[in-house]
Design a protein around this ligand. Structure first.
Ligand code: X8Z
Ligand code: ZN
Length: 617
């Protein structure tokens, strides 16, 4: 279910046996046949894996088409078809996972086969038990939740406003009453109705995870990082502690500026920040309120990407072409003609769709697409690069066997486009004719440039961490259904230091107002990506021989970087992620060091600014 959404194929990461023939597949004549038995007859683990990969490959190309049509045309009928396909996928992948667990008990397995068996067993996002009807019920709920989110509406000045419009309006509106209205209506309307179904879905998925030998679904999600699940949770916490001091300084500084702008009645000088004032519905990235926090002089960068795009008459296609051009400059082949014909770039006027951006690979080969509701603004300019990062990754590993058609880990997949977007420096903007040479901010504006970046990149970190802290707690039962909402806001307060603009009822379901909760997209990946993208970026800048301050580096046009990057991407999931990381960065550990180096001058500056202020919340 979901798997084919942001990434390709089944969430079952792919695996290949060494020596396994590349599976030829013509998507137009996919050999998938609905309702076929999902039991595989195989004498050896190798044979089992090879047959499973063939079956999954065929199913994924069929299912991706169904999911695509559903996501780009939400109706009762397409929901029904998507639910059927989702249930079939779940049944098949659970059956394969159970068989894989049996084969995995054999002694002396080829390590690649063993790893593929683990991927088959642990790579299902929402497993159902084998009980009759369970997969159908789970898939019906999951499809319905995603559809409800896609159709979600909020209110602005008493008028209905759709999801992509309200997201953009949260970035530009500076009226606290209207921000509160949008925040509250969105959370109440979108999340609220999902609560009971969500609870039921969790029960079913946990039963499925238990049948596969996992303590709960969260434990299953954490098992996909080439290390023991407990170690993965510790790794996340450790990475967070490395970067938390930087976040704390940013929080204190931003809270002070919001207090100056709105006054004590709206934003107090101490305590948590009111979540709707930060320029984003989930307070996850704050760059949209840079105008409020920019320090006089040094903060006057002189341009804003949203304004530049509008001034230069950009439209959605032009934004994507610029993203493609960046990849081309590194030596990657242009996007196929079908990408331009089949992608959804803007919100269709005549129907409901899932607007939340995603990148697709419909045939595990060349039929790559993005699905977005692009607005001409800075956020979507970055998101276009983000999505293209997924597509270029997918294309780079397309010759891997099915179970290796994936990122080294899911954080890698989320980090590639963002790494390129870090290269959108003032000098780069001149190169692509978005900025005039005379407008390039001098070194005296470095604080402003870094603060603008930190508002998006650093601000995101605690949110990236807490979404799955909440979900892991929900799956493990530590967070009971009656506490779903309070636990969500407790975590938001604890990690982000933000609070809702109004008291929230305990029976609300505010987590459901964030796409990835009804969409069942694991979220730890985005936290990892926030850290990894700086590691990748620094490695790319080193390879390009950059010697200035890290944040001024753009590796646009550097073919050596492109070649090195491609070497990592084409591995897909064929090796444990530390091998892929080493391939590109020379190190085998995920680390916040590169991010901290990037922001070091800002962190020093923030400390100065915050002297004498109460820190924390
Ligand atoms: O969901 C996304 C992408 C699609 S994979 C647009 N992101 C996260 C979010 O929007 O919450 C990218 C950044 C974090
Ligand atoms: Zn993504």
């Amino acid at each position: 279910m979901k798997n084919w959404i942001s990434l390709s194929a089944l969430a079952i990461a792919s695996l290949t046996i060494s020596g396994c023939k590349k599976i030829e597949n013509d998507s137009a004549t996919s050999s998938y046949s609905s309702g076929a038995s999902t039991k595989i007859e195989a004498a050896t683990a190798e044979e089992f894996v090879e047959k499973a990969e063939k079956r999954l490959f065929d199913f994924s190309t069929y299912s991706a088409k169904v999911q695509w049509v559903n996501s780009t045309y939400l109706t009762e009928d397409t929901d029904a078809l998507a639910a059927i396909a989702g249930a079939e996928g779940t049944k098949m992948s659970v059956d394969f996972a159970l068989q894989a667990a049996e084969f995995a008990k054999q002694e002396g397995l080829d390590p690649i086969v063993k790893r593929k068996l683990d991927i088959l067993r642990g790579g299902i996002v929402m497993p159902a038990p084998t009980t009759a009807g369970a997969a159908d019920e789970l898939s019906a709920i999951a499809t319905d939740l995603q559809s409800q989110y896609g159709k979600g509406k909020g209110l602005l000045k008493g008028e209905e406003i759709n999801g992509s419009d309200i997201e953009a309006a949260m970035g530009t509106n500076r009226n606290p009453a209207e921000l509160k209205e949008m925040w509250t209506s969105w959370h109440t309307n979108v999340g609220g109705p999902m609560r009971d179904d969500y609870k039921r879905m969790v029960e079913i998925a946990n039963e499925g995870s238990a049948e596969l030998g996992f303590a709960d679904t969260g434990a299953m999600w954490r098992s996909n990082y080439d290390m023991p699940a407990e170690e993965f949770a510790e790794t996340m916490d450790k990475l967070w502690l490395d970067v938390k001091p930087l976040y704390d300084e940013l929080h204190t500084y931003v809270r002070g500026k919001l207090n100056e702008k709105y006054g004590d009645a709206v934003q107090a000088e101490t305590g948590p920040i009111r979540a709707d004032l930060l320029g984003n519905m989930w307070a996850q990235e704050w760059g949209n309120i840079y105008d409020i926090v920019a320090p006089e002089g040094a903060g006057d960068i002189g341009y804003d990407i949203s304004d530049l795009l509008v001034q230069k008459d950009y439209d959605a296609i032009k934004m994507v072409k610029v993203g493609e051009d960046f990849f081309s400059s590194l030596g990657f082949d242009p996007l196929p003609e079908t990408f331009w014909q089949r992608s959804q770039f803007v919100k269709p006027r005549d129907r409901e769709v899932v607007c939340h951006a995603s990148a697709w690979d419909l045939d595990n080969k060349d039929d790559i697409r993005i699905k977005m509701c692009i607005k001409v603004n800075g956020d979507d300019f970055i998101t276009v690069h983000h999505e293209l990062g997924h597509n270029y990754y997918q294309r780079a590993y397309k010759d891997q066997s099915y179970l290796h058609l994936n990122g080294a880990n899911d954080g890698f997949h989320e980090a590639i486009g963002d790494m390129l977007a870090l290269s959108i420096t003032p000098d780069y903007l001149v190169k692509i004719d978005l900025l005039d040479e005379s407008q390039v901010p001098g070194a005296d504006k470095d604080t402003g440039l870094l603060l603008r970046q930190a508002m998006d990149k650093v601000a995101f970190l605690p949110f990236g961490l807490l979404v799955d802290k909440w979900r892991w707690g929900v799956f493990s039962g530590e967070i009971k259904p009656a506490d779903y909402n309070n636990a969500w806001h407790d975590l938001k307060r604890e990690y982000q230091g933000v609070m809702p603009p109004v008291e929230r009822p305990a029976d609300a379901f505010d987590a459901g107002a964030k796409y990835h909760i009804p969409g069942n997209t694991p979220y730890a990946r985005y936290f990892l990506a926030r850290i990894l993208q700086f590691q990748f970026y620094k490695a790319a800048c080193d390879a390009a021989g950059w010697e200035g301050p890290l944040h001024r580096c753009s590796f646009y046009g550097n073919k050596e970087v492109g070649t090195k990057l491609n070497a990592m991407l084409e591995l897909g999931a064929s090796k444990p992620w530390p091998d892929a990381l080493e391939e590109f960065t020379g190190t085998r550990e995920m680390s916040g060091k590169a991010m901290l180096e990037y922001f070091k001058p800002l962190q020093d500056w923030l400390k100065e600014q915050n002297k004498g202020k109460t820190k924390g919340w």
